[in-house]
Write a protein that binds this ligand. Structure first.
Ligand code: MV4
Length: 508
């Protein structure tokens, strides 16, 4: 088994990986930038090393520095989490080249295949995988683009080969738009990725985005673990994910799962991966791309399968065989994840970092919170503002929704703005409750009643409970310690809290 894992990430995912290490009896090593020296992942790891200034290019993306720390502390593996270096084939290769440090993820070769959308489409074409109709090579001229577009039929989508996440993507509704769209897509791709290769696909209007989790060991065993419905997103940022998808029945799940396994095999894939599909209104599904990392939304799959994906990633990297077969994978219940961001809903959901002055976290039946923050922590502006993921689980979708709505009422964050109100709105929405969602859902919801905000009374109640609890604690604390009623640091949190708390003085 591995002995010491360096976690090349920060925030909630670093904490998640450290937890898995602890359960496996593996030592964990955190790395941190200047602004993260008191971050939760640093406090939780067995060891922690500074790696540079806040700018990610100098710290969490600094391959040489990270490998130097790994060698220095004697780590025998690196877990990259998601984002940062997680899909960087050069990093995976640099780890492999050390012969002493195992990259917890697929081979560099598999990452390279999926890193180029045209290369991936060529490989999938060879393997007979159903993908969105279009070209599998870069476009050479406007002339050629016109010919292909006419053949597949408008509307078409221009995409960057090096892309992903919507960059360099252009919807083209008719031939006369093609020239300017091609030029725009090319220059955007060149600027964003240093590679202007662009290809064409048939456009699928208002598709669902459904992805299939796969797991492959290094002995040729590959299984699928069910799908996640990820259609609720905004500007290519996922906001809420659930498993299973409300539109996927057992037969469709098996067909999608078997395609996903073939995709993984065709790429020589090992470890955890996700095969993304676009699903049209007739429930036809098409391979879109494969993400060669553990994903943010992995907990919903963990909850409906009862598996620990990070534990399995580590075991696979250590050379173990998958401990179960496809027929052993059973899906039970329903899970929904809310990505809690430090964002300002009144300023177009712009990042809103700062100090968390008060934090009340939910718990209870069917509630999981994967958090990277604590009360008193200052969220830096330098990275993705994801604070935590709140996941609700139930026997069915309706129970998962009820529990999540209850948990959102228990959650109280003060000091910074968050997108929590958005989840109250989504979870209370009729269409969401009916499972009527596609990739256009959230924009439509936000446009429908732009200033209609869910009543915040529950949040106000939670604030009162938080203030009362803090006040009660402060009083009890001062009585036991000082005996003279001297107010402690807790009591100084805010005099308005004391005003609110005055009515429960009878309790003490
Ligand atoms: C598409 C599409 C429609 N037709 N491709 C957006 C991100 C990139 N990874 C793929 N994307 C899309 N590709 C064809 N041929 C619509 C999207 C799309 C989308 C996909 C997944 C999740 C959200 C999305 C939001 C808008 C557009």
């Amino acid at each position: 088994m591995l002995k010491k894992i360096l976690v090349a990430n920060r925030g909630e995912i670093a904490v998640r990986i450290i937890r898995a290490c602890r359960e496996l009896g593996i030592a964990s090593v955190a790395i941190y930038s200047d602004v993260d020296r008191a971050a939760l992942h640093v406090l939780m790891a067995d060891e922690a090393f500074p790696i540079g200034v806040a700018a990610a290019a100098e710290s969490y993306l600094n391959i040489d520095k990270i490998l130097e720390v790994a060698r220095h502390c004697g780590a025998d593996a690196i877990h990259p989490g998601y984002g940062f270096l997680s899909e960087n084939a050069k990093f995976a290769r640099a780890c492999a080249d050390t012969r002493a440090i195992k990259f917890i993820g697929p081979s560099a070769a598999a990452m390279e295949i999926m890193g180029s959308k045209t290369r991936a489409r060529q490989e999938m074409e060879k393997a007979g995988i159903p993908f969105v109709p279009g070209t599998s090579r870069g476009l050479e001229s406007l002339q050629q683009a016109k010919k292909v577009a006419a053949k597949i039929g408008y509307p078409v989508m221009l995409k960057a080969a090096a892309g992903g996440g919507g960059k360099g993507m252009r919807l083209v509704r008719e031939e006369k738009e093609l020239q300017s769209a091609l030029e725009a897509a090319r220059s955007e791709a060149l600027r964003a990725f240093g590679d202007g290769e662009v290809y064409l696909e048939k456009a699928i209007l208002n598709p669902r985005h459904i992805e299939m989790q796969v797991l492959a060991d290094e002995h040729g065993n590959v299984v699928y673990l069910g799908e996640r419905e990820c259609s609720i997103q905004r500007r290519h940022q996922k906001v809420l994910e659930e498993a299973p998808s409300p539109v996927v029945d057992p037969d469709m799940r098996r067909r999608m799962g078997e395609v996903a396994v073939r995709v993984a095999r065709a790429a020589g894939y090992s470890n955890a991966g996700t095969v993304e599909f676009l699903v049209d209104h007739e429930k036809n599904f098409y391979f879109l791309e494969m993400n060669t990392r553990l994903q943010v939304e992995h907990p919903v799959t963990e909850l409906i399968t009862g598996l620990d994906l990070v534990d399995l990633q580590i075991r696979i990297a250590a050379g173990e065989k998958l401990p179960f077969r496809q027929e052993d994978v059973l899906i039970r219940g329903h899970a929904i994840e809310c990505r809690i961001y430090a964002e300002d809903p009144d300023n177009n959901y712009f990042p809103s970092p700062g100090k968390i002055t008060m934090l009340q976290t939910p718990a209870g039946p069917g509630v999981r919170l994967d958090s990277g923050v604590y009360e008193g922590w200052t969220v830096p502006i330098d990275y993705d503002p994801l604070l935590a993921k709140l996941i609700g689980y139930g026997e069915d979708r309706s129970q998962a929704i009820s529990r999540l709505r209850r948990a959102l009422e228990e959650l109280f964050v003060a000091g910074i703005k968050t997108n929590v109100g958005l989840f109250r709105r989504i979870l209370g929405d009729e269409d969401f409750q009916a499972g009527k969602i596609d990739t256009g859902y959230l924009e439509r919801l936000l446009a429908s009643r732009p200033d209609a905000v869910e009543p915040d009374r529950t949040q106000e109640d939670t604030a009162n409970i938080a203030a009362i609890a803090a006040a009660a604690f402060a009083v009890l604390d001062s009585k036991s310690k000082a005996g003279d009623g001297t107010r402690t640091a807790h009591a100084e949190a805010g005099s308005s809290n004391w005003t609110k708390a005055a009515r429960v003085d009878g309790l003490m």
